[in-house]
Design a protein around this ligand. Structure first.
Ligand code: HEC
Length: 142
C-alpha cells in the first residue's frame, strides 16, 4: 500500500516537473518571438492617407465633430462614439452591438484604433478603404 502510494507520488512529481518545464519552455519561446518582433518593429513616422483624400486639419476637425454627432443617426440618438467608445478602447465592451432602435445587432463592435493601417474593413472585409467603410453605418442609420 505504501509502495503504491510512493509510486503515485513519484509519478505526480515527475508530471508536475514536466508541466512546469513545458510552461517555462513555451514562455521562453513566446518571449523570444516578442523580442524578435520588438527588435524588427519600426514605428511608422507618418499616418498613411490615400492620394485622393489627403490629410488637412479642417477635415480632421470635421471628422472628429461628426464622429461624436448623433445627428448622423436616424433618430438623432447615437453617434459613432456610442459604439466606438473611447473609454472602452474605441469599442463598446459588449458581445454584439446595440443599434439605434435598441436592437441587438449580430456583430461585435471592433476598435477603431490604428485603422489607417488596415487593409480590409468589417469582420468580413467587405470594405477595401476607410472611405468605403465610413459611409456604411450612416447609410444603415445604426
Ligand atoms: C450601433 C453601433 C455602431 C455605430 C453607431 C457605429 N459602428 Fe462602426 N462598427 C460597428 C460594428 C458592429 C462593426 C462591425 C460590423 C461588421 O463587421 O459588419 C463596426 C465596424 C466599424 C469599422 C471597421 C473596423 C474594422 O476593424 O474593420 C470602422 C472603421 C467603424 N465601424 C467606424 C465607424 C464610424 C466612422 C461610425 C460613425 C459614422 C460608426 N462606426 C458607427 C458598430 C457601430
Amino acid at each position: 500500500m505504501i509502495l503504491h502510494y510512493k509510486i503515485q507520488l513519484r509519478f505526480l512529481i515527475i508530471l508536475a516537473t514536466i508541466l512546469v518545464a513545458l510552461s517555462y519552455a513555451s514562455d521562453a519561446n513566446s518571449d523570444d518571438v516578442t523580442i524578435v518582433n520588438k527588435v524588427d518593429y519600426v514605428r511608422p513616422l507618418e499616418i498613411p492617407f490615400p492620394d485622393d483624400n489627403l490629410f488637412s486639419l479642417r477635415k480632421a476637425e470635421l471628422g472628429k465633430k461628426l464622429f461624436f454627432d448623433p445627428r448622423l443617426s436616424i433618430n438623432n440618438n447615437i453617434s459613432c462614439a456610442t459604439c466606438h467608445d473611447q473609454k472602452q478602447s474605441w469599442e463598446d465592451g459588449k458581445e454584439t452591438s446595440i443599434g439605434n432602435l435598441n436592437t441587438k445587432l449580430t456583430r461585435h463592435t471592433p476598435t477603431v484604433l490604428n485603422m489607417a493601417w488596415g487593409e480590409l474593413y468589417f469582420w468580413d472585409g467587405r470594405a477595401e478603404t476607410l472611405e468605403e467603410q465610413a459611409i456604411e453605418p450612416i447609410k444603415k442609420s445604426c
